[in-house]
Design a protein around this ligand. Structure first.
Ligand code: CP
Length: 324
C-alpha cells in the first residue's frame, strides 16, 4: 500500500463510525471494503507487513466469549497497521467481579481506547453499548445475531474465486438458527446479488426463515440437502453450536450427520467448481468429512487468512490516517 494506491480510492462513500452489522452497509461501502482489502493483501505480501496508518491509536479487543480466529486476526491486523493493542477477556478483567458492560466500556475508553473490538454472548449488546462510547465499536460477534467481519471476509473469499457474488447460488448448511455468521451472510450476499439457500432441519432454521422467499426473494429455505446442493456455486457449512442448543432441537448427532453432513457424494451435486467454506471452528466429521474439509475444493484456510486483510481494511476505514 503506497500513497497512490490508497489515495485513489474514494473513501467518501464510507459512512460508518461503528461496525455493528452489515445490514446497514451500502453496496458502495461493501465494494470499498473489498478494494481496501486488496490493498491490505498487498501490504501482507511484503517482507515487512507493517504500515503506519494507526500509529498512536489504541485498539482494545474485549471478548466475553472464546475466539481463536476473530480475536487473533484483529490483533494481527491492528499491529500490522501500527496500532497499540490491548487484549481483554471477561475472565481476566473486572467483568468477573460484576462490572457492567457500559462501565467496562467507559473504563476502557478512559484508558485511551480509540477502537473497541467486542464479542458478547447477548444479541444486540453492541447496539446497547454504542451510544455510550466515542470510540469506534466493531462487532466481533453478538449472540445469534451478527458477525459482520466474518460475512465480509466470506464475501471477499468468494469474489477471489468467483469474480463476483452477483448471480451465484450460495448454500448455507446446518445450524442456521444459532448462527450469527449465517445472519450477517444473508444480508451481505443478497445485497451483492447472490441467491442464498438455507438448508437445515426445521428446528435449526430460524423462525420465519422457512418462509423467507415470500418476502425476501433472494433467500430460500430447504430441508433436503440433496435438493439444496444442486448447481451450487458455494457450499458453506456452519458449526453445530452445541453450547447454544436447547435440548430437543435435534434427535442426535447421528441424525444431523445423516441429514446434513457435507461429504464427497453430496458435494458432487454442486457445480464441479463449487468451493467449500466454513467459518470455523469446524467439528471435523460432523459438519463435513475430513476429506472434504482438507480437499482441493475447501477454502477454509483462505477464509482465515483473508480475515486479517479484511480486518485491516475495516480498522483503516474506521480509524486510519487517510494520508499515508
Ligand atoms: N469464525 C469465528 O468467529 O471463529 P472464532 O470463534 O475462532 O473467532
Amino acid at each position: 500500500m503506497n500513497n497512490e494506491s490508497m489515495n485513489t480510492k474514494d473513501t467518501s462513500v464510507w459512512k460508518h463510525h461503528h461496525v455493528l452489522d452489515v445490514d446497514d452497509f451500502s453496496v458502495a461501502e461493501i465494494e470499498l471494503v473489498m478494494q481496501t482489502t486488496d490493498a491490505m493483501k498487498e501490504v501482507l505480501s511484503r517482507p515487512i507487513k507493517k504500515v503506519p496508518t494507526l500509529r498512536g491509536k489504541t485498539v482494545v479487543t474485549l471478548f466475553y466469549e472464546a475466539s481463536t480466529r476473530t480475536r487473533g486476526s484483529f490483533e494481527v491486523a491492528a499491529k500490522n497497521l501500527s496500532a497499540d493493542v490491548v487484549n481483554m477477556t471477561a475472565q481476566s478483567s473486572s467483568i468477573s467481579k460484576g462490572e457492567s458492560l457500559i462501565d467496562t466500556l467507559n473504563t476502557i475508553e478512559a484508558i485511551g481506547a480509540d477502537v473497541i473490538v467486542m464479542r458478547h454472548p447477548l444479541s444486540g449488546a453492541h447496539y446497547c453499548a454504542a451510544p455510550h462510547v466515542k470510540a469506534n465499536i466493531i462487532n466481533a460477534g453478538d449472540g445469534w445475531h451478527a458477525h459482520p467481519t466474518q460475512a465480509l471476509l466470506d464475501l471477499y473469499t468468494i469474489i477471489k474465486h468467483k469474480d463476483k457474488a452477483d448471480g451465484l447460488k450460495v448454500v448455507i448448511v446446518g445450524d442456521i438458527k444459532h448462527s450469527r455468521v449465517a445472519h450477517s451472510n444473508i444480508w451481505c450476499l443478497t445485497k451483492m446479488g447472490a441467491k442464498v439457500v438455507l438448508c437445515g432441519p426445521h428446528t435449526l432454521l430460524s423462525t420465519g426463515l422457512e418462509d423467507a422467499g415470500e418476502y425476501f426473494p433472494q433467500v430460500e429455505a430447504e430441508t433436503n440437502i440433496e435438493y439444496a446442493l444442486k448447481d451450487a456455486d458455494v457450499v458453506m457449512e456452519l458449526r453445530l453450536q452445541k453450547e447454544r442448543m436447547q435440548s430437543g432441537l435435534l434427535p442426535g448427532l447421528r441424525e444431523f450427520i445423516g441429514g446434513y453432513q457435507l461429504n464427497r457424494e453430496r458435494l458432487a451435486l454442486a457445480k464441479p467448481d463449487a468451493i467449500v467454506m466454513h467459518p470455523g471452528p469446524v467439528n471435523e466429521d460432523i459438519e463435513m468429512t475430513a476429506d472434504v474439509l482438507h480437499g482441493g475444493r475447501s477454502v477454509v484456510g483462505e477464509q482465515v487468512a483473508n480475515g486479517v486483510a479484511v480486518r485491516m481494511a475495516i480498522l483503516y476505514l474506521l480509524a486510519g490516517s487517510k494520508e499515508l
